[in-house]
Design a binder for this molecule. Structure first.
Ligand code: B16
Ligand code: MG
Length: 214
């Protein structure tokens, strides 16, 4: 029986995934690396420094650790610029209603984002109070597809993995949820997220009654 729903942030609650893409694209252009929307799928859900490595790998570019960190920080300042201009209305339609319905039914809600900017994003959206627990990229060592972030969220919620359902837009995130022994609803394309128990187009279209059919 589902006792908790754990939500990814970027691409599930709000389209910050697009802001990450724009910031990485700007860096790729500066470095002369060809970087497409398809390439960006591999960056979803993984940490900032792992994303940096994937981007450099695409261009066969080798840099020192210091230079990689400098460039990743630069990308982050561009991403944070987007986040600071975000409006609360940017939350995906139906997400707040879903969170409210889940809680009314006694189901706990958690947020588990690889992003070190997750707290700022949910503050901008005014949705901190909708989650019983928030776990972000500052609190884990291993990023998705490692299950650490979801296991930490479940332990903070006091719920067994088998009773948790994760909502994820990234292939790495679906893998992490399954590795944690949880069920997963993929949000996006079945091409990337086919391993999830169910794939939906938009988070807001999901109904709590569907949890028991997973
Ligand atoms: P930051 P999520 C992830 O967030 C993004 O999907 C991923 O593209 C990004 O690299 C990662 O956060 C780290 O973000 O640079 O802000 O720390 O999808 O797990 O909510
Ligand atoms: Mg995501």
């Amino acid at each position: 029986m589902t006792k908790a729903c754990i939500f990814d942030l970027d691409g599930v609650i709000v389209d910050t995934a697009h802001y990450h893409f724009l910031a990485w694209k700007r860096l790729a252009d500066e470095l002369g690396i060809r970087f497409t929307v398809e390439d960006n799928e591999r960056l979803k859900g993984v940490s900032r420094m792992q994303s940096m490595e994937i981007l450099l790998g695409l261009g066969n570019v080798a840099l020192s650790q210091h230079d990689k960190e400098t460039l990743a920080n630069k990308k982050n300042t561009w991403f944070v610029d987007y986040v600071e201009r975000m409006m609360p209305e940017e939350i995906y339609p139906g997400v707040k209603a879903l969170l409210e319905q889940l809680r009314k039914q006694g189901i706990k809600t958690g947020l588990a984002s690889s992003s070190k900017n997750a707290k700022t994003v949910i503050q901008r959206l005014h949705i901190e109070s909708y989650f019983d627990v928030v776990v972000d990229g500052t609190m884990v060592v291993h990023s998705k597809p490692d299950p650490e972030i979801f296991l930490l969220a479940a332990s903070k919620l006091g719920v067994d993995s088998k009773d948790c359902v994760v909502f994820e837009d990234a292939e790495a995130g679906v893998e992490a949820a399954l590795a944690a022994g949880m069920k997963c609803v993929g949000v996006g394309s079945p091409v990337q997220l086919g391993k999830a128990q169910r794939v939906i187009e938009k988070t807001g279209q999901f109904k709590p009654a569907e949890l028991e059919q997973l």
